[in-house]
Design a protein around this ligand. Structure first.
Ligand code: GLA
Length: 350
């Protein structure tokens, strides 16, 4: 990054940081209902370097573009919002980030459901903190990243991605309580291997569908007289009319219970139990939450057919990646068989 920065801007970087993408092992579309999720950081990261300058300017080595931006101006709806938004959030918190030149390089794939935006947001925040000498704790960093995404980038996301990127530790699953932001780490057992496979179809233009799911969940909580669906018990389902809203609630209630059971299974190194919960989660996301696609469903079926203990879409859905639980010594063979049947699919992490 140092050499690339000098080449791009003609001076040395003053601060640098990086942050990982994540795979969510189980617990999707629960974070904005104050619920539980279980992400794990990926080895793929986004790197950011910066130095003081006369103006705010960002260069992405991934798309080859250089653009000026203004964190005090409204969002522009392009990739620089993911740099300007986090800096705007720091300014709001009284952290005087001066005009900077920023360089970005990432191997977290975009539109894959593995949190490329959170990785960029968290890396920008960490680099800005290093530059200014200001200090925020890991949870506050995650909150600032989420606020940037909500207010600047237009996605009404929960805190899953930013917490995973900020607080997570490689090789560890992170049980996240999205009401309290309490996080528990558990080492992934040696007998578990999580393969992350991109189905070959990018997730695109889903903000509207995502925000609509969130609005439905909040509406259901209101109707049930609850602060959030986290507090809904299975018995309350029958008080909602049969149909879409009830199905959405059924997913959230079931998924929260599955996350807690999955964490126990992980701690007990029980791959069969963990895998069964993953597969149940996929069915629920597909049938009740309606965020799967044909390509994701087919990949999950093949993953299971070729011997995965469990498989599910990961992240928001509508395309992107599947996560599958396989035995470490079977990983390469398993992927050869799965890949042969899905020529467009590719391994993000094996
Ligand atoms: C996206 C959002 C997260 C979360 C997931 C679904 O990744 O950014 O907050 O809601 O979708 O679990």
């Amino acid at each position: 990054m140092k050499a690339a920065f000098e080449k791009t801007y003609g001076c040395a970087p003053e601060a640098a940081a990086s942050a990982p993408g994540r795979v969510n092992l189980i617990g999707d579309h629960t974070d904005y209902a104050d619920g539980f999720c279980l992400p794990m950081p990926l080895a793929r990261r986004t790197h950011v370097a910066m130095a003081r300058s006369a103006r705010f300017r960002a260069t992405s080595l991934d798309n080859g573009e250089t653009r000026d931006f203004d964190p005090k101006a409204p969002p522009r709806r392009d990739w620089t919002d993911y740099v300007a938004g986090p800096i705007a959030e720091l300014l709001k918190r009284g952290i005087e980030v001066p005009p900077v030149e920023v360089l970005i390089r990432s191997d977290v794939p975009q539109g894959a459901g593995v949190s490329s935006s959170a990785a960029l947001e968290i890396a920008v925040i960490r680099a800005s903190l290093a530059l200014t000498g200001a200090v925020l704790d890991d949870i506050e960093i995650a909150r600032a990243g989420q606020a940037a995404e909500n207010l600047y980038c237009g996605l009404q996301c929960g805190i899953l991605d930013q917490m995973a990127s900020s607080v997570g530790r490689e090789g560890h699953a992170l049980l996240l309580d999205c009401r309290t932001n309490e996080a528990r780490l558990a080492a992934v057992p040696e007998s578990f291997r999580f393969a992350v496979i991109h189905c070959g179809v990018e997730r695109r233009l889903v903000d509207g569908a995502y925000n609509a799911r969130r609005a439905a969940v909040e509406e259901a909580a209101r109707r049930l007289g609850l602060r959030a669906l986290r507090d809904a018990a299975p018995a309350m389902l029958s008080s909602l009319p049969e149909g879409e809203l009830r199905a959405r609630v059924r997913h959230v209630v079931g998924e929260n219970a599955r996350v807690l059971a999955a964490f126990d299974a992980l701690e007990a190194a029980d791959a069969d139990a963990f895998g069964a919960l993953m597969t149940e989660s996929h069915r629920s996301l597909a049938e009740d939450y309606e965020v799967s696609t044909e390509a994701l469903d087919r990949l999950v079926e093949t993953a299971l057919g070729e011997g995965a203990r469990g498989a599910r879409l990961t992240g928001a859905g509508f395309g992107g990646c599947v996560v599958a639980l396989i035995a470490p010594d079977e990983a390469e063979d398993w992927w050869r068989r799965v890949g042969a049947r899905h020529p467009k699919a590719w391994a993000v992490s094996l």
